[in-house]
Design a protein around this ligand. Structure first.
Ligand code: NAP
Ligand code: MG
Length: 398
């Protein structure tokens, strides 16, 4: 069999623990036999991040900006326990955070829909893609605990020394204060990423804030989206037959429950944090959520939404066979290969991405699945398999 050719390399970001094991299995079993794979490899495993003082993470993001498409394995974000476990010289930052900042991107998460894994919300038939603005607001706040009476003011000092003051509250007793910010540049990038991704995937775009209450802060989000839409995207949306739709956040939440899905829901940072967990749990399983980082510069990084599946890895180290669900990681590869095919005008490569995904879905719908799914499936006649057996079945279906 001749293998499918590639021209530009994919930026490959390897990762940690169980997903690192799955990563190699996916390449060996499902990609390398079919594709003459070209990648520029970056080892983002924690050990190598530590050895390179995290330079490898920055290099991999630079390479993504250069080539345009990356595929990333889940990685450990170190905490105190990990610093000890891996004998780290520093508590390195989250690679996802570093890469997202360098690409100025927005993360789009979408569930993989298969028959037999039914969403808790009965009328959801198509995926709901959640886009979270990942900068500012409460995640970069300043807080004060006030222990008694006093006046709280918001003060902005311009470069020329002039001040703008706004009374927050005259405290009569103890209380709490919070200051937050966002920037026009970050909101604009977020809006560009959302509009581009909607066009790219031909789905309606929803955006919601609380602009009726927050007449300057949230209203600015609404205005930036609106202006950009009118100026740059309206015609393109009309041509593509898709809509941009703005509403209040509480209205959006109510409507989402009643819709079929098949749209992108853009959320401010906090709303996105909360709603993405709700949407993904309601769709069934974290192991079936895909994630793509889209930068307004036209750069894409594909990954699974879940982490490194630490518990499974420790069992694997004790000799247990790999049993984790590789679907979201497979879709990271298929998504990246499809995109590479589109950008390089290699229809065979894109078609391979489609074929791989179809084979995965067919496998699950035929009743062959890993344990995490067989626990929740509505199918009868299910065969629960380990990761290797799952791959064998996918290969038959390819
Ligand atoms: P996790 O990897 O998301 O896994 C949490 C639990 O979800 C697992 O124990 C497992 O449940 C289930 N699960 C997740 N993915 C699965 C899959 N593919 N197949 C089967 N079951 C799956 O979270 P974690 O284990 O708490 O986090 C481990 C590390 O991941 C952390 O160090 C964190 O920093 C990192 N992380 C990385 C990313 C990223 O790189 N994008 C994202 C999130 C977290 P059962 O144990 O019940 O089977
Ligand atoms: Mg959360």
């Amino acid at each position: 069999m001749t293998k499918i050719a590639m021209t530009t390399p994919l930026v490959e970001m390897d990762g940690d623990e169980m997903t690192r094991i799955l990563w190699k299995m996916i390449k060996d079993e499902l990609i390398l036999p079919y594709v003459d794979l070209k990648t520029e490899y970056y080892d983002l495993g924690l050990e190598n991040r530590n050895n390179t003082k995290d330079q490898v993470t920055k290099d991999s993001a630079e390479a993504t900006l250069k080539y345009g498409v990356a595929v990333k394995c889940a990685t450990i974000t170190p905490n105190a326990a990990r610093v000890k476990e891996y004998n780290l010289s520093e508590m390195w930052k989250s690679p996802n955070g570093t890469i997202r900042a360098m690409l100025d991107g927005t993360v789009f998460r979408a569930p993989i829909i298969v028959k037999g894994i039914d969403p808790c919300v009965r009328n959801w038939k198509k995926p709901i893609t959640l886009a979270r603005h990942a900068y500012g607001d409460v995640y970069k706040n300043s807080e004060i605990k006030v222990d008694g009476p006093g006046k709280a003011e918001l003060v902005f000092t311009k470069e020329d020394g002039t001040e703008i003051r706004e009374l927050i509250h005259e405290f009569k007793g103890p209380g709490i204060l919070q200051g937050m910010h966002n920037t026009v540049s970050s909101i604009t990038s977020f809006a560009h990423s959302c509009f581009s991704f909607a066009l790219e995937t031909k789905q309606d775009l929803w955006f919601a804030t609380k602009d009726t209450i927050s007449k300057k802060y949230d209203h600015t989000f609404k205005d930036i989206f609106e202006e950009l839409y009118e100026k740059e995207y309206k015609d393109k949306f009309d041509k593509a037959g898709i809509k941009y739709f703005y509403t209040l956040i509480d209205d959006a939440v109510a409507r989402v429950m009643k819709e079929e899905g098949g749209f992108i829901w853009a959320c401010k940072n906090y709303d996105g944090d909360v709603m993405s967990d709700m949407v993904s749990s309601a769709f069934g399983s974290l192991s079936m959520m895909t994630s793509v980082l889209v930068s307004p510069k036209g750069v894409f990084e594909y990954e699974a939404a879940h982490g490194t599946i630490q518990k499974h890895y420790y069992r694997y180290l004790e000799g247990e066979e790999a049993k984790s669900n590789p679907v979201a990681s497979i879709f990271a590869w298929s998504g990246a290969l499809r995109k590479r095919g589109e950008l390089d005008n290699l229809p065979e490569l894109s078609a391979f991405g489609d074929r791989l995904e179809a084979a995965v879905i067919k496998t699950i719908e035929s009743g062959v699945m890993t344990a995490d799914l067989s626990r929740i499936t509505s199918l009868t006649n299910v065969r629960t398999v380990n990761t290797k057996e799952f791959f064998e079945e996918i290969k038959k279906n390819m």
